[in-house]
Design a protein around this ligand. Structure first.
Ligand SMILES: Cc1ncc(C[n+]2csc(CCOP(=O)(O)OP(=O)(O)O)c2C)c(N)n1
Ligand SMILES: [Mg+2]
Length: 349
C-alpha cells in the first residue's frame, strides 16, 4: 500500500513520467536484447566499486547505474557504422555500442591490454572499430567533435548518424549551444541527448538554471526537441527512432532531453550527503531495469526463467572480464612510460 502511494507521488512530481507500452515496430527479440544490454551494464557497474575499494581499479569512475535505458534505448537504433560521443559517465554508452567488456575492464585496471593501454582509465575509453568516438573527462566536450563527425558524414555523403550525450551540468557549456546552432543551420545528421539527472556533482539544477525543462533549448535553435522519461526504455526507444530516422534521411538534428534523477552519488565514494535521501530512495521504484522486467512479466513478453538466465549470463561476462584483467593482462612496462605522450611527427592525411 505504502509502495503504491509512493508511486502515485512520483507520477505527480516527476513530470516526465510516462506509462509503459510497447511502441509500434518494436519486436520481442529487440526488447530482450535491450534488456540484456541494460543488465550487462548494471552488472559491470556494480562490479567496479568493490574493485575500486580493493585498489584494483584506479582513477575516478562515474557509474551509469539507473541511466541504462537512455543509452540503450537510443543506441539500439544505431548501426556499426554510426557514431557516438560520450561523457565522463560513459561505460554504459560503450557497452551499448558493442564495446568489449574485457578491454574496458583491463583499462580500468590500468593494464596494457586495455582500450588506452592502461593510460586513460574510465573516462577516456574510445573504440573506433564500433564507432565509439570517446568518453571525456571534460564536461560537455564531446558535443562539438560529434557535430564535426556529422559534418564529415554530410561532406562524404554517407548516411551514418552521430549521437552525442551530455549531462544537465554539461548542457551549460557554451560550445554546446554553438554546436546546436551550426547543426541546425546545416541540417547535420546528429542527435543531441541530454541526460538530465538534475544534478551536477553537488549542484542541484534549480540553483544554476532558470529553465529546468532543458529540451526547450533545442526549440530555440529550430531543432525538433522532446522530453523523454529517462527511466522508461520504451519511451526512449520510440522518440529515438524518430530522431535517428530524421537524421539518416538528411533532415537534420533532434534534441532529446532524457529526464531522470541521479540516485547514486556522483562517483565511487560520493554518498549523496548533500541531498534529501527520502526523495532519492523512492525513485528506486521506477529504476529502468526493474521497471522493464516488471512490465515484460505482466505482459507475458518474458518469463521469470528468461530473466534469471539473462542475469546469470551478464554476471558470467563480467566475472570473466575481471578474471581477464586481473590475471591475464600485464602492467605497462616502465620503459613505455613516455610512449603516446608525443606523436612521432607523422601527419595523418
Ligand atoms: C569543463 C569541466 N568543468 C568542470 C568539471 C568537473 N566536473 C566533473 S563532472 C561534473 C558535473 C557534470 O554534471 P553533468 O553534466 O550533469 O553530468 P552527470 O555527472 O550528472 O552525469 C563537473 C562539474 C569537468 N570535468 N570539466
Ligand atoms: Mg547531471
Amino acid at each position: 500500500m505504502k509502495k503504491n502511494k509512493e508511486l502515485e507521488a512520483i507520477k505527480k512530481e516527476f513530470t516526465a513520467y510516462k506509462e509503459m507500452y510497447v511502441p509500434d515496430g518494436l519486436t520481442t527479440e529487440e526488447q530482450l536484447k535491450m534488456y540484456s544490454t541494460m543488465v550487462l551494464i548494471r552488472k559491470f557497474e556494480e562490479s567496479v566499486k568493490p574493485l575500486w575499494m580493493a585498489n584494483k581499479v584506479h582513477g575516478y569512475y562515474h557509474p551509469y547505474i539507473t541511466l541504462e535505458a537512455i543509452g540503450v534505448g537510443i543506441i539500439s537504433h544505431l548501426r556499426l557504422a554510426d557514431y557516438i560521443g560520450s561523457t565522463h559517465r560513459g561505460h554504459g554508452h560503450v557497452i551499448a555500442k558493442g564495446g568489449d567488456v574485457n578491454r574496458m575492464m583491463a583499462e580500468l585496471f590500468g593494464k596494457d591490454e586495455g582500450y588506452n593501454r592502461g593510460r586513460g582509465g574510465s573516462m577516456h575509453i574510445a573504440d573506433m572499430s564500433v564507432g565509439m568516438l570517446g568518453a571525456t573527462g571534460i564536461v560537455g566536450a564531446a558535443v562539438a567533435p560529434a557535430v564535426g563527425s556529422a559534418l564529415r558524414s554530410w561532406i562524404k555523403r554517407t548516411d551514418d548518424v552521430t549521437v552525442v550525450f551530455f549531462g544537465d551540468g554539461g548542457a551549460n557549456a557554451g560550445s554546446i549551444s554553438e554546436s546546436m546552432n551550426m547543426a541546425a543551420a546545416w541540417k547535420l545528421p546528429v542527435v543531441f541527448v541530454c541526460e538530465n539527472n538534475q544534478w551536477a556533482i553537488a549542484t542541484d539544477i534549480a540553483r544554476v538554471t532558470g529553465e529546468h525543462d532543458l529540451y526547450k533549448r533545442g526549440i530555440g535553435f529550430g531543432i525538433p526537441s522532446y522530453q523523454v522519461d529517462g527511466f522508461n526504455i520504451y519511451d526512449m526507444w520510440e522518440t529515438s527512432k524518430k530522431a535517428i530516422e530524421r537524421a539518416r534521411a538528411g533532415e537534420g538534428p533532434t534534441f532529446i532531453e532524457a529526464k531522470t534523477l541521479r540516485l547514486l552519488g556522483h562517483h565511487a565514494t560520493d554518498d549523496n550527503w548533500y541531498r534529501d535521501m527520502t526523495v532519492v530512495e523512492k525513485y528506486w521504484q521506477i529504476e529502468p531495469i526493474k521497471r522493464m522486467a516488471d512490465f515484460m512479466l505482466e505482459n507475458d513478453i518474458i518469463t521469470e526463467e528468461q530473466l534469471r538466465k539473462i542475469e546469470e549470463e551478464a554476471i558470467k561476462k563480467v566475472e570473466a572480464a575481471i578474471e581477464y584483467a586481473d590475471t591475464q593482462c600485464s602492467e605497462p612496462s616502465l620503459d613505455s612510460f613516455y610512449d603516446f605522450v608525443y606523436t612521432d611527427g607523422e601527419i595523418i592525411e
